[in-house]
Design a protein around this ligand. Structure first.
Ligand SMILES: CC(C)(COP(=O)(O)OP(=O)(O)OC[C@H]1O[C@@H](n2cnc3c(N)ncnc32)[C@H](O)[C@@H]1OP(=O)(O)O)[C@@H](O)C(=O)NCCC(=O)NCCS
Length: 114
């Protein structure tokens, strides 16, 4: 059975938080997202789905979970730097994420409150 685990950890000496969201299938990690939330900014630092579990909607699910944390913390946007042209294709599929130059993507949350 696939489950999602969210860990939110305070950053030392700042008002920020680390957010780690992990997707687990029985005892196997299928995908991990690590993000940072600081000063109304949410940054996706890492997203990695294990090959066997790719293209099953897990990456999107973790991005959605991170977005819901970012909204709870009143962030204005989520941003990230895509690591390569292959991952650009994934980010181009994520709803309302726009490419601001070659590898930077941003989703403005204040304009698209759900
Ligand atoms: C990029 C990555 C995280 C995507 O994870 P995933 O769990 O396979 O993504 P999903 O299954 O949720 O895909 C969501 C959508 O993106 C599309 N997509 C995902 N990877 C794609 C690719 N390489 N090429 C084209 N489309 C892709 C899926 O087809 C799906 O499209 P749909 O909405 O039309 O169904 C995964 O391929 C990965 O870990 N790659 C290696 C590490 C990496 O590049 N990380 C990104 C760092 S910024």
């Amino acid at each position: 059975m696939i489950k999602i685990i969210k860990d939110i950890e305070k950053l030392d000496k700042t008002d920020g938080f680390y957010v780690k969201i992990t997707c687990i299938d029985e005892n196997t990690i299928c995908s991990t997202l690590v993000g940072r939330i600081e000063d109304k900014s949410a940054i996706i630092c890492k997203l990695d789905t294990v090959k066997k579990y790719q293209l099953q909607g897990i990456g999107r699910k973790l991005v959605q979970e991170f977005e819901s944390v970012a909204r709870q913390k009143n962030c204005d946007f989520i941003k990230l730097i895509s690591s390569n042209t292959e991952s650009d294709k994934f980010w181009n599929k994520m709803e309302s994420f726009n490419s601001i130059d070659s590898s930077k993507f941003i989703k403005k949350l204040s304009l698209v409150r759900n």
